[in-house]
Design a protein around this ligand. Structure first.
Ligand SMILES: *[C@@H]1O[C@H](CO)[C@@H](O)[C@H](O)[C@H]1NC(C)=O
Ligand SMILES: *[C@@H]1O[C@H](CO)[C@@H](O)[C@H](O)[C@H]1NC(C)=O
Ligand SMILES: *[C@@H]1O[C@H](CO)[C@@H](O)[C@H](O)[C@H]1NC(C)=O
Ligand SMILES: *[C@@H]1O[C@H](CO)[C@@H](O)[C@H](O)[C@H]1NC(C)=O
Length: 299
């Protein structure tokens, strides 16, 4: 009798383990940096809700321009006021969270040539990645970020593949430089389409918002499903994420209520083994709705 109980408890544990492993569990990526009222980076990571944090944004770069970082009300990079973020970054990384620098954001950016791309990469390497660690000029201090997130909207679409190749080559220096991107869901993305085909991107969070033709529509899930299929089958990235606004106010369109996401959308997109989870714009809006806390166990 006792023997039987022991065996069935073991069986139960095994069954639960198999269920968890087979459920294709994903993670949540969040953008942080564009609203001073969203808590510190360390607090963001301490929620335990996120697997990736994208620091937004390095807003100006390329074309020989002096790079400019913008962190809204958090701190002022131009007066060297953000180096204190370094300890926040390392505290996030100590929790296993990958911290990315997001380059771009809304607005028009372009690279002029492969050489221009190379110069931007040299700047990124020395100021945010493994190079120039002892420089007092690093905007976020000595912490080494996990990689670069491409949030490129508008512009010509040229040379972003070069940027990806040059960045990726630095992975040979002993520490991987992760590459992520936030393209728009109409396929292929006008700015990043060519770069994403290089196969150098690890995680791609596709913006299924501000894009009515492919975003969620309760009466017609097939639009989103078709777009999802195209991204997961045609982009050679490690994982694809569903990018969403964390509140109705966070975007012009595309917000999905929690129940619709967890009951309708996630079960459909999780069938793909390229499914990586959900990306949210942004920490500020997530604080208003508690969206990540509500969806976390279903992601
Ligand atoms: C995070 O940065 C803030 C300043 O922005 C600082 O007060 C706090 O101590 C830092 N926290 C950690 C864990 O590094
Ligand atoms: C950076 O500083 C550390 C500690 O002061 C030192 O050990 C290291 O050699 C320096 N690295 C470079 C590239 O200057
Ligand atoms: C974007 O910027 C480039 C160069 O700065 C310019 O040629 C182009 O017209 C701009 N495009 C838009 C849509 O503003
Ligand atoms: C959520 O799904 C319900 C049906 O289950 C639908 O009536 C409602 O419009 C959906 N909400 C949104 C915002 O899509």
């Amino acid at each position: 009798m006792a023997m039987q109980i022991v065996i069935s408890v073991q069986f139960l544990i095994l069954a639960v383990l198999m269920l968890v492993m087979g459920s294709n569990a994903g993670g949540i990526a969040i953008y942080w940096g564009q609203n001073g009222n969203e808590g510190t980076l360390a607090e963001t990571c301490a929620t335990g809700n996120y697997e990736f944090v994208n620091i937004a944004f390095l807003s100006t770069f390329g074309g020989g321009q002096k790079p400019v970082m913008n962190l809204a009300g958090h701190c002022d990079p131009s007066s060297n006021g953000c180096t204190g973020l370094s300890s926040n970054i390392t505290s996030c990384q100590a929790k296993g969270i990958k911290v990315m620098l997001s380059i771009g954001g809304g607005g028009n950016r372009s690279l002029n040539s492969p050489d221009d791309a190379r110069q931007v990469v040299t700047y990124l390497w020395n100021n945010f990645l493994g190079g120039g660690k002892n420089s007092s000029l690093r905007p976020l201090g000595p912490a080494v970020l996990d990689g670069i997130d491409f949030d490129i909207e508008g512009g010509t679409g040229l040379y972003w593949d070069d940027l990806a190749r040059y960045l990726s080559a630095y992975s040979n220096q002993g520490r991987k430089v992760y590459l992520t991107a936030a393209p728009q869901c109409p396929f292929p993305d006008a700015s990043l389409g060519v770069a994403l085909k290089t196969g150098l991107f690890d995680y791609v969070w596709v913006q299924f918002y501000n894009n009515p033709p492919c975003q969620y529509n309760p009466s017609e899930l097939s639009n989103l499903e078709e777009a999802w299929k195209q991204w997961t089958s045609e982009i050679p990235a490690t994982k694809i994420f569903l990018g969403l606004p964390a509140s109705p106010e966070a975007a012009g369109s595309g917000f999905i209520p929690v129940a619709n996401l967890t009951c309708n959308v996630l079960p459909a997109i999780k069938r793909s083994n390229k499914y990586g989870g959900v990306m949210l714009w942004s920490k500020y809006y997530d604080d208003q709705t508690g969206y990540s806390s509500s969806i976390k166990t279903d992601v």
